[in-house]
Design a protein around this ligand. Structure first.
Ligand code: 13P
Length: 244
């Protein structure tokens, strides 16, 4: 159960969140919990999560170890601050910051090289869904991105499916629509890496997950977890999602 805070929360707000959130998930051993704050709040999150099972992830990661890459943050820097995960290829990065399947692959490889678990995002836009191209988009994102990983690397990643057309609209894909997309992604994984690897991969569903719809989403066997945006900003709300 992962929370993507996007561009919200200062270090002080992060600390306040964890003070409320930690006791609410202390006994939640049925799942992994990861919070992905902005870069500037990573240190505060790691400190506040110290001694708990809560992981802390970044929302992006550079493909290089270091160098002249203004505005980028590298794997070793994220490791040094205590991060455990890195979101890669979020639709907002693809839409506003020129992220491509090729850079998504390079960033995922960098995360793995430096010991971070990449949460690799895929998903179709509205016009792609309306023109019936959903599966083709997912196949292309898999083939051109994820499929470049070795089997050993693939075994360590988490995939997140985000139907981009639903982000910020308040509506979510039905559990059945989400499960169909997850099946299409898993079929790609099966063809490339074999059934055991595909079955073991965790595919998170990630749009408009709320305390009141998480149960029906998680009831789908194809949905292994969730990547939560807006609803992860509230400690009580996100805890009730974790403890669905
Ligand atoms: P919301 O949960 O706010 O729809 O955001 C989805 C998302 O982009 C998570 O990464």
């Amino acid at each position: 159960m992962a929370g993507n805070w996007k561009m919200y929360k200062t270090p002080a707000e992060t600390k306040a969140f964890f003070e409320k959130f930690r006791p609410l998930v202390e006994k939640s051993e049925h799942c992994e919990v990861v919070i992905c704050p902005p870069f500037t709040s990573l240190a505060a999150a790691v400190e506040a999560a110290g001694g708990s099972r809560i992981g802390v992830g970044s929302q992006n990661i550079a493909w290089a170890r270091e160098g002249a890459f203004t505005g980028e943050i590298s794997g070793p820097m994220l490791k040094a601050v205590g991060a455990t995960h890195a979101i890669v290829g979020h639709s907002e990065r693809r839409q506003y910051f020129g992220e491509t399947d090729e850079t998504v692959l390079k960033r995922a490889q960098a995360a793995l090289e430096f010991g971070l678990t990449p949460i690799v995002c895929v998903g179709e836009r509205l016009e792609q869904r309306e023109s019936g191209g959903t599966e083709a988009v997912l196949v292309a994102q898999f083939q051109n991105g994820i499929a470049g990983l070795t089997p050993e690397q693939f075994a360590k990643i988490v995939i997140a499916y985000e139907p981009v057309w639903a982000i910020g609209t308040g509506k979510t894909a039905t559990p059945e629509i989400a499960a169909d997309a997850h099946r299409a992604i898993r079929a790609q994984a099966r063809a490339r890496y074999g059934a055991p690897a595909a079955d073991a991969t965790r595919i998170l569903y990630g749009v408009c997950v709320k305390p009141d719809n998480v149960k029906s989403l998680m009831a789908q066997p194809e949905i292994d977890g969730v990547l939560v945006g807006g609803a992860s900003l509230d400690a009580v709300g996100f805890a009730s999602i974790v403890n669905f």
